[in-house]
Design a protein around this ligand. Structure first.
Ligand code: ATP
Ligand code: MG
Length: 245
């Protein structure tokens, strides 16, 4: 048996140990039972048994105490649930609405369907239309899913419900770096911070080069983690063979 095979086998065994270990040591949803509304615990309990490492770190960083957080963790690590824990808790606690900003209209429609399905008792609105107005009807909704340009337009029309927003989620915040759309997001966050002094801001991204700097600008604590549900392996493909390293 060549030495490279021994190393590969050891790697697989180590991975299995890590996965088993994680299941034992992952924070249980039960451990935050007292910190979230009973209704939210019941809804989440149907699908979630353990909190993923990023979610545990967010909780330990004050997610449920209203802290602003910049969460920078790999794709599919469970960032949406971090936003939900804060936003839905704030709604149940009577603090106010959640506005969830995504970069694309298609993503907004997807999130809208997900939220409608998971929280049937909540009033969820999708606000991505091109019509320039203040959309006063949104006052009747708990969760508003939108894109940055639309929220920017709503604010410029002095939407009357803005003061009842308690949680602002900026998903895929690395869009700030986009040459054409980044400035809108930057100005939008600046305006929101000025108008909503008590809002809880949750910013999410899988890819940020300068998270410390961004967290400081946002006035947020930084949550960084590199756990991912599917491990990434790097390798070189040559002559129908992949050599992993
Ligand atoms: N604690 C958990 N237990 C079980 N499943 C979970 C948990 N947290 C999240 N998930 C599931 O993991 C999947 C990925 O989560 P999510 O979409 O929030 O990832 P993400 O970090 O936002 O990824 P991306 O950067 O690609 O947007 C979803 O199907 C979600 O329901
Ligand atoms: Mg996501």
């Amino acid at each position: 048996m060549s030495s490279s095979f021994v190393i590969t086998d050891f790697g697989i065994i180590l991975e299995i140990f890590i996965i088993i270990g994680l299941f034992f040591f992952m924070m249980k949803l039960d451990s935050i039972r007292e910190d979230i509304p009973a209704e939210l615990y019941k809804i989440l309990g149907r699908e979630v048994k353990e909190l993923r490492p990023a979610q545990e770190k967010a909780v330990k960083s004050g997610l449920l105490e209203g802290r602003n957080l910049l969460v920078c963790t790999p794709t599919a690590s469970g960032k949406t649930l971090i936003a939900e824990l804060a936003g839905i808790k704030n709604i149940f606690d009577g603090k106010g609405k959640m506005v969830y900003i995504v970069p694309l209209k298609a993503l907004a429609s997807e999130k809208y369907k997900d939220f409608k399905k998971r929280y049937p008792g909540m009033r969820v609105a999708l606000s991505i239309g091109d019509l320039d107005s203040s959309d006063p009807y949104l006052a009747d909704y708990d969760i508003i899913i939108t894109v940055a340009e639309k929220l920017d337009s709503l604010i410029r029309h002095s939407c009357p419900w803005l003061s009842s927003v308690a949680t602002v989620v900026v998903d895929e915040i690395h869009l700030l770096n986009d040459v054409s759309r980044g400035p809108t997001v930057e100005i939008l966050i600046t305006i929101l911070k000025k108008l909503l002094k008590n809002m809880q801001l949750i910013a999410l991204s899988a890819t940020i080069g300068n998270p410390e700097e961004l967290a400081e600008w946002l006035g947020a604590d930084l949550v960084v983690d590199d756990w991912r549900p599917v491990r990434l392996h790097k390798g070189i493909y040559l002559d129908d063979e992949i050599e992993f390293y």
